[in-house]
Design a protein around this ligand. Structure first.
Ligand code: GLY
Length: 422
């Protein structure tokens, strides 16, 4: 099987490494990729938001399967173009990708499917902002304001704060830029990312993971695209995962089929485990980053065959997934000033080591690997338990040198110490 992966992050690097372990995968290509993916796959420069260009590349490479990583090409319908060309594609159609691309669509599907989620309101007129903030903030019984960009913002459009002025100024800034604002009720409780491979009404869950969205230790500072992740979750009962699959993901998948926009690809349920049970924070239409880097490190089943089964309508026959025992921890190394405007172009040493996945990297003309994005690397450690996996991950992090870079030092720490309970 010849596979083309679309994207350029550490998520795509992790996908490529897992695909390379599948004995049925005979050729791997990536577009556009980064300095790390170039060591596993043939690299091609293409506009990944242009369906015709992706199809032309897949045809030229005689790809049997195209795997689309990021949400932007999915929301723009690149998977539709690939499928229309007769090439199997792992990734939802434009209509199905609205589960991430349109908050209003996602809320509508969840309501119809009877799935618990935050209450919300879209504000698109600055004159209505203060009244809406009054309905959602702590005076109305909430612990915090949740203010989101009502479009794709890679996690960075979200502000969760108990400070009304901070909530208001984020919302006002978004509105000034012409972005509608989504206000949501705050869901208390630890968060879970559950990735499910979905083909219509067939749902195959991967291991549950948790990610760390704030930039600093102890969840300090602004939201980012994700600073680390771990899997599995020792504090999450197996029956809760079953309840999420049966009571959240399957009803949503079935509702999408009922609406004529059945989902094929990776349906990512982001949930809070509240005292009243799991409630959905958001759905995404693709693998999450950096959870994928940890989850795929433990996958024993052949990834290419799994994704191909979903893409070709045979997922129901795939059978149960197999996992390596133990835990995996991913720690993101970010460029100076991220999530603000990152400092770029610095040489990195140690980036070629095992367990080091590339996100924002490029190879300079002199051969040096340099930073080329806010999140630069994701370093993955594994071990018999979380403590061992953390030790392994941070040992690898210590081998990386990048001027001005920063990372969190507490990824999976509270879980390792048994401090999370539901
Ligand atoms: N881990 C958050 C995301 O991928 O959106």
């Amino acid at each position: 099987m010849r596979v083309l992966v679309i994207g350029s992050g550490a998520r795509e690097h992790a996908l490529l490494l897992a695909l390379a372990r599948d004995p049925q995968v005979s050729a791997l290509a990536v577009a556009p990729g980064n300095a790390g993916t170039a060591t596993v796959a043939e690299q091609h420069d293409v506009d990944i938001t242009d369906g015709a260009a992706v199809v032309a590349l897949a045809r030229r490479l005689e790809s049997d399967l195209v795997v689309i990583g990021p949400e932007v090409p999915l929301v723009l319908g690149v998977a539709d173009a690939v499928r229309a060309a007769g090439i199997a594609c792992f990734g939802p159609s434009r209509d199905a990708a609205r589960i991430e691309g349109s908050k209003a669509f996602a809320k509508d599907v969840m309501t119809a499917a009877g799935v618990r989620t935050a209450t919300s309101e879209v504000v698109d007129n600055p004159a209505h902002l203060d009244a809406a903030l009054n309905r959602f903030g702590p005076p109305a019984g909430q612990r915090a304001w949740v203010v989101k960009d009502d479009g794709l913002a890679a996690g960075k459009g979200v502000v969760v704060t108990a400070d009304r002025d901070a909530a208001r100024s984020h919302a006002a800034e978004l509105l000034e830029e012409g972005h509608p604002v989504l206000l949501e009720s705050f869901l208390d409780g630890p968060e879970v990312s559950l990735f499910c491979v979905v083909d219509g009404e067939t749902v195959v869950p991967l291991l549950p993971a948790q990610d760390f969205k704030r930039v600093g230790d102890g969840d300090a500072g602004p939201n980012t695209g994700g600073m680390g992740a771990y899997t599995p979750l020792p504090w999450l009962p197996a029956e809760t995962v079953t309840a999420i699959v049966e009571g959240v993901v399957k009803p949503v998948a079935a509702e999408m089929v009922r609406r004529g926009c059945g989902f094929t690809g990776l349906l990512y349920a982001g949930l809070a485990i509240t005292s009243a049970g799991p409630a959905v924070v958001e759905f995404n239409c693709r693998f999450g980053d950096p959870e994928t880097q940890a989850v795929l490190a433990l996958l024993e089943s052949p990834l290419g065959q799994l994704l191909n089964a979903a893409a070709t309508g045979t997922l129901a026959d795939f059978g149960a997934l197999r996992w390596h025992p133990g835990s995996a921890v991913a720690v993101v190394i970010a460029a100076e000033n991220y999530p603000g405007r990152p400092r770029l172009g610095d040489a990195i040493t140690g980036a070629g080591a095992d367990g080091v996945l590339h996100a924002g990297t490029a190879r300079r003309d002199d051969g040096a690997i340099v930073s080329a994005g806010g999140r630069v690397l994701a370093v993955v450690g594994t071990g018999a338990d979380l403590a061992a996996a953390r030790t392994d991950a941070y040992r690898r992090v210590a081998g990386i040198k990048l001027a001005g870079s920063h990372h969190r030092s507490d990824i999976a720490l509270a879980a390792e110490r048994g401090q999370i309970s539901v």
